[in-house]
Design a protein around this ligand. Structure first.
Ligand SMILES: [Zn+2]
Length: 294
């Protein structure tokens, strides 16, 4: 009886180890170029339909690049920005520093899911210190903080509703376990650390361990894997024209289309897809192709 008990324990341990290995591989990402130079064609993984794209689409979506070179356009603000204080279902497990914090509702939901995971791993001191800012608030901040610490109105991601500043209630983010956790895990939930330490020459902004930006999956996973900031990632997509990414049992075809005037592009007929502008010169279509489990 003892012997069988021992074997059972060994089997349970093996099963546990296997599950862990499995989930590790599930979250690994595999990226390849899928644009056929000879064919001049894109991999669409199924039937396609044409869709009219207006120039305005360049300025809408979760992949917009906003920096000192590319300002926020009037229509770029997320349409679902909400006041977080009364939304208790979106603000569990963290603190709001102030009573006037606004954010895209979708982004707040993803943030809330992320913080719940962090909570389960023993991190209990997250806070949001700033979310969406309108242009007047940004102007005030710019005047108070100066150009070293704030961007002029219209050039800050906070004006989109996709970015937020996250703090610890205990200490500075640069030394807080919350900061380290975000740096390691935010990508799994569609967020990126927008201004990392070693990329300030590219972003033009010094290291900000507190500022996270929502771009969505699989983009955050690809950026993490390739160590790209948003500037580099959008350049990469433009250069590759199309990539395929395998992530979490899903296949994604990500295609860049330059847009100079109102035009038509090909989008999948049978699979879900999202279109986002890059705020520069084109749009990115992300097609999700379900993969049958092995
Ligand atoms: Zn910020």
């Amino acid at each position: 009886m003892k012997k069988w008990g021992f074997i059972l324990i060994i089997l349970i341990c093996l099963g546990f180890a296997f599950t862990n290995v499995q989930s590790y591989f599930d979250s690994k990402i595999n990226i390849e170029n899928s644009y056929d130079q000879n064919d001049g064609g894109r991999d669409t993984s199924g039937n396609v339909q044409t869709k009219e794209i207006t120039k305005e689409q360049i300025y809408l979506g979760n992949l917009l690049l906003v920096n000192s070179e590319f300002p926020v356009h009037q229509q770029s603000m997320k349409s679902d920005v909400v006041h977080l204080t009364p939304r208790h279902e979106l603000t569990q497990n963290y603190v709001l520093m102030g009573s006037d914090i606004y954010l895209s509702e979708d982004v707040a939901r993803e943030f809330s899911t992320m913080i719940l995971s962090a909570e389960k791993e023993g991190l209990h001191n997250f806070a949001i210190t700033s979310g969406f800012r309108n242009l007047n608030e940004q102007e005030l901040l710019y005047q108070q903080m100066g150009s070293d610490y704030a961007l002029p109105p219209g050039n800050s991601e906070h004006n989109l509703g996709l970015s937020l500043d996250v703090g610890s209630t205990q200490m500075k983010m640069a030394s807080a376990p919350e900061g380290k956790w975000l740096e390691k895990n935010a990508w799994k939930y569609g967020f990126i650390l927008r201004y990392p330490k070693d990329k300030s020459k590219i972003t033009g902004i010094q290291y900000e361990p507190w500022h996270i930006r929502y771009v969505g999956l699989p983009h955050s996973a690809i950026m993490q894997e390739k160590n790209f900031v948003l500037e580099e990632y959008l350049d990469f997509l433009k250069g590759e024209k199309q990539i395929t990414a395998h992530f979490n049992e899903e296949k994604y075809n990500i295609t860049y289309y330059p847009i100079t005037e109102n035009t038509t592009i090909e989008v999948p007929e049978n699979h879900p897809y999202q279109i986002s502008g890059n705020n520069i010169d084109g749009v990115i279509v992300t097609e999700m192709v379900p993969v049958t489990p092995r």
